[in-house]
Structure formats: C-alpha cells, structure tokens
Design a protein around this ligand. Structure first.
Ligand code: SF4
Length: 369
C-alpha cells in the first residue's frame, strides 16, 4: 500500500470512511481532525466505531445524527462499549451512559469517555423509521422503549379511524413489528388481538431486499394464518409499513382464503413516497407503491378493504421528538442532506418522465452529482 493508499480497494461504504481516516491520520492530523474530515466530506448517515493503531477506542456520528449510537460501560470492570441500540448493552449487563450527539466524537481511556463536539449542526435528523421498523422494541431512545412508542402508534390509529374500528371484530398483527402496535390498538379499542398470523422461525430473509419471484415465495413460506381465528370476521391487520406492498398482499390473500370478511390494514409508518439514501434498500421511486398511488389505490392493489396510515402528526407525537429533529424524508420528500435532496429530485424527474429505474441512482451516471 502506498503512502496515499492509492490502491485502497472499496468494497463497501465503510471503506470510504476508513480511507478518509487513514489519509488524515497518516498526514499527521489528530483523531478530532480526522473525524472532522469525514464529517465534512461525506453526505449521508454514518455511525462509526474504531480503534486507532495506537489503541485509541473511538466512535462518532454524522452531523445530522441520522442513525442511533450510544455509549455504555460495565460497572464491574473498566470496560466501555458503543452500540447502535441500548439492547446490546442490556444483554451484556452494561449500563447505558448516553446517546452520541450528532457530529460528536467520543474517545475512551481508563478514566472513561471523553466527548468532543466536532461539528455543531443546527439540524438533527434522526431516522423516524427506526421507531416503526428498524429498532428492537426493547431498545430505548431518549429513555423510552421503542415498544411503548409502537403501542402509541396503535392507539393513535384507533383514535384516527373510529368508524373502521367499530366495524371490526379482531386484530391480527404482522409479526414482529406489527405486534407492539397491535397491543396499542387492542388497549384503545377493546378488540381482541389474535396472534393468528405466524411467522416461520427459520425463514429469515427480509422480503423487501429480495428479487421479485424470490420475494413472493419467501413471503408465502414465511407467514401462516390460523384460519379459524379470522373466518367470518372483519379484521384489522397491524403492519409497520408498506414498501412494495408484496408482503401485505400475500397476507391478505391468505386471510381471504381463510374466510375473513373484511380486511383493513393499519400501518404504523406514514405512506412512503420516496427513496432512502441513508442505508435502507428503498432506492427507487418505481419500487415504492406509495410513490405512485394514494391509500385507496393501494388498498385495491393489495386486496384490502381499506389502508389507514399513521398520520405524520401522530408519528411525531408518539416519538416525543420535535419534527425538525427527525428525518422524515421518505414520507415528506424533504431530505436533510443536500446530496440526497439532489439525487431525489433528479430521480423524481426521471420517474415522472417515465424512465424505468433499474438501479440505485448512485449506481448510474447520475451518481456524478
Ligand atoms: S429517508 Fe426514511 S428510512 Fe431513510 S433515514 Fe430518513 S426516515 Fe429513515
């Protein structure tokens, strides 16, 4: 490897961060300056942990704090840890100390954590989809379990859709991220929650990152419906989100086959209308059923009698955050970082012009933005 690491080979986005840090550190910059170089030159979501050649343990977060990263320690030894979620601290009997601030670098020594605010960004943008889908329910953000927030999502959906609730007999959740909101729907409505949709323990692929045919067959194998629990009934299904709509469609088909009369879908995350460039495979407008269709049309496409999305206000209220502290780009089209906004605008234009996107935009020539 040369001094400038010109033969550095990029396998993934983490390699870009490593390369930038290596360059900065070998040019004599200290860790704070190296982290600043990364923060100033990259547009996107990154939570970085590492150990320097001198054995310095560190972590830092992008200036918008898009993804979670927290710090903790083992009270029985001088052992420190960083984790994307508090759950892994809990599971290793570590105490949670703090959530890293956007643009913050934390280093560890025998004396504990040293916190340095490298870049102060006026706009925090924590991923709102963490609350509905990504995070484990037993993790805590701002001291509140994700589980409790998802219950609130369910309660709110009941309050916003009283007529549908009146019509229904039973709630069925799509495991596992639909389970916690189902508890909220049950508590608020008094309807019975039947665990009538069961997930195959050993089929673990995520449907939305598979190819078409694979996706259908995986969903089909993954979810089984306890027919007698829904036969002759009007059902509310609780689901975390609708991306392509394939999973929900298969579940509704199975419910109908089992004899369900009416099927409504309560979706805890608002309608996804745009791609995400911050680490989730929702990369083109064409893939997102919500970018092309309104809730009534989506209901028809997936075979439901109605689709009720969480309102933006309901989502924000349940998280306990301020709107301006959240990234809501995939549901509002307003991206917190300039490069993402530029890519989204370019993609939207091509999408409206009828261009069929096959790859992520950053894998095409528009990546040279
Ligand atoms: S665009 Fe959506 S999924 Fe992506 S970081 Fe923002 S809120 Fe999260």
């Amino acid at each position: 490897m040369t001094e400038n690491f010109s033969d550095f080979y990029y396998n993934c986005d983490s390699d870009i961060v490593c390369h930038k840090m290596l360059l900065a550190l070998t040019q004599g910059k200290d860790l704070v300056s190296a982290a600043r170089t990364v923060m100033e030159s990259l547009d996107g979501a990154f939570s970085v942990t590492g150990i320097t050649g001198d054995g310095e343990f560190f972590a830092f977060k992008d200036p918008h704090g898009i993804k979670p990263l927290c710090a903790g320690h083992d009270p029985n030894s001088a052992t420190f840890a960083f984790s994307s979620e508090t759950v892994s601290l809990d599971m290793n009997s570590f105490e949670r100390d703090f959530e890293l601030e956007p643009g913050e670098l934390v280093t560890v020594s025998q004396d504990g954590f040293k916190r340095t605010q490298v870049i102060k960004n006026p706009r925090e943008a924590f991923c709102a989809f963490e609350y509905a889908y990504f995070a484990r329910p037993d993790s805590r953000f701002n001291g509140k379990y994700v589980y409790e927030i998802r219950e609130d999502f369910g309660r709110n959906l009941v309050k916003e859709n009283p007529d549908i609730v009146k019509e229904c007999d039973v709630i069925v959740s799509v495991p596992e991220t639909g389970d916690d909101p189902a508890m909220g729907v049950h508590e608020e409505s008094g309807l019975r929650w039947e665990r009538a949709s069961r997930r195959h323990r050993y089929v673990t692929e995520r449907a939305f990152i598979l190819l078409n045919m694979e996706r259908y067959s995986t969903i089909d194998k993954k979810i089984n419906i306890l027919g007698s629990k829904v036969a002759g009934k009007n059902v509310i299904i609780t689901e975390d989100s609708i991306v392509r709509g394939d999973t929900t469609k298969v579940i509704i088909e199975k419910m109908r086959k089992a004899g369900a009369k009416k099927v409504y879908v309560f979706v805890t995350f608002p309608r996804i209308i745009g791609p995400c460039f911050y680490g989730i495979d929702m990369s083109t407008y064409g893939q997102l059923v919500g970018s092309k269709h309104n809730p009534e049309e989506i209901a028809k496409i997936i075979g439901a009698d109605g689709v009720c999305y969480q309102s933006l206000e309901g989502l924000i209220r349940a998280t306990g955050q301020k709107e301006e502290a959240l990234c809501l780009a995939c549901v509002t089209g307003k991206y917190p970082t300039p490069c993402a906004q530029k890519m989204a605008d370019a993609m939207k234009k091509r999408f409206l012009d009828g261009y069929e996107e096959k790859n992520r935009i950053y894998e095409t020539e528009e990546a040279q933005l």
